[in-house]
Design a protein around this ligand. Structure first.
Ligand SMILES: [Fe+2]
Ligand SMILES: [Fe+2]
Length: 241
């Protein structure tokens, strides 16, 4: 796909995930706020659109086979992949990260009081994300599977107790926005996960794990907001008569 000023940011990233780094570098949110044109995103980030286009063209000189695949697979397979890859990653890290944050707050909290805030924010994220991924796995993703199966058979999908799939999707979007905002705060508090001069190995590992968590969350939300959810809304139109 040729990228132009009118291309949608989320679509550019869906076509080739190599572009995510370009958007990150310019502070452009491609996952929660990806539904805007490139020129709009450039102006919000006070970046020159032409220069941004040039960087995106360089980034997409090489195709990203995984992005191609993720756009082609059936939606129920994409939902399963999200669970296996991203929901599992969240569950593992909700166990492994808190001990680091507790230790950091105890040892370095006096000199770096922001660590106490980070610890509380991550605890809030853990609660919200646990509930969020459970809702996706128990309500939204089974409905997507039902729509895929009905569509394959060419029959009408049964009506859902929550009405249109746009209803749970709207709720998931709002929760994604909340997490995006929470991790923007964590990133700002830690100066983009930079270890201070008096930081020890635990400090370095703890911040590296937090950064990896945010990066994975961005890709996860991107797959849902920019690929899975819009396609599920289109599929519902074809499957519910
Ligand atoms: Fe998810
Ligand atoms: Fe989600």
């Amino acid at each position: 796909m040729a990228i132009s000023e009118n291309s949608i940011v989320g679509t550019i990233v869906a076509d080739n995930y190599r572009t995510a780094d370009v958007f990150k570098k310019h502070g452009i949110d491609f996952c929660c706020g990806g539904n805007i044109s490139l020129s709009e995103a450039a102006s919000q980030a006070s970046t020159d659109t032409k220069a941004l286009l040039h960087e995106l063209e360089s980034a997409t000189a090489e195709k990203d086979l995984e992005s191609d695949l993720l756009q082609r697979i059936e939606l129920d397979e994409l939902a399963s992949l999200i669970v296996e890859r991203h929901h599992s990653f969240i569950r593992e890290n909700l166990v492994s990260i808190p001990p680091y944050l507790t230790k950091l707050a105890d040892v370095h909290g006096a000199n770096h009081p922001e660590l106490l805030e980070v610890k509380v924010l991550f605890r809030q994220a853990a609660e919200a994300l646990s509930s969020h991924i459970n809702k996706e796995e128990q309500i939204l993703f089974p409905r997507i599977k039902e729509l895929v199966e009905a569509n394959k058979k060419g029959i009408a999908a049964p009506r859902s107790h929550f009405g249109s799939i746009e209803n749970p999707i709207r709720a998931m979007h709002a929760e994604h926005d909340d997490e995006g905002e929470r991790f923007r705060t964590i990133s700002a508090l830690t100066n983009s996960y930079t270890v201070p001069a008096d930081g020890c190995t635990t400090y370095r590992v703890g911040l590296a794990k937090l950064k990896a968590f945010e990066d994975d969350l961005h890709r996860h939300i991107h797959l849902e907001n920019n690929i899975l959810f819009p396609k599920a809304i289109e599929l519902e139109k074809k499957s519910v008569f």
